[in-house]
Design a protein around this ligand. Sequence first.
Ligand SMILES: [Zn+2]
Length: 139
Amino acid sequence: MNEAEKNEVPSFTIEQFYKFLSEKKLMAAQCKECGAKFLPPRPVCTNCYSRNLAWIQVETRGELVTYTIIYVAPQRFQPFIPYAYGIVELENGLRLPGMIRNIEHNNIRIGMKLELVVESTATEDWPQWPIYYFKPLEQ
Ligand SMILES: [Zn+2]
């Protein structure tokens, strides 16, 4: 890595989003022009088309907005079938979809508090995307 790269803001890509996740940081992009926030991040603000963005760290707790039980899944998720997949509203109204685990499906409720868990992947090799899911927030 040269000097110029060191001072550069990490690019607003899905790869960088997962790289932060592997460091247990949930990061969104915020537009410096209009304040719009994006999770996962986008390289261009879809509100004002600015490329003047900043990384912001987001709280990893939120409330379940909606969910569904998945019976047919992509290969990667087949070991988990059937599983619950929902959308969780985090602070600032940011929403992140993800699997819901560590709970009986019958006990899942809209509005329940969940927190994000990041699982380290088996190897240290990059790019190896970490797996994340939501679990009930311990009271
Ligand atoms: Zn903007």
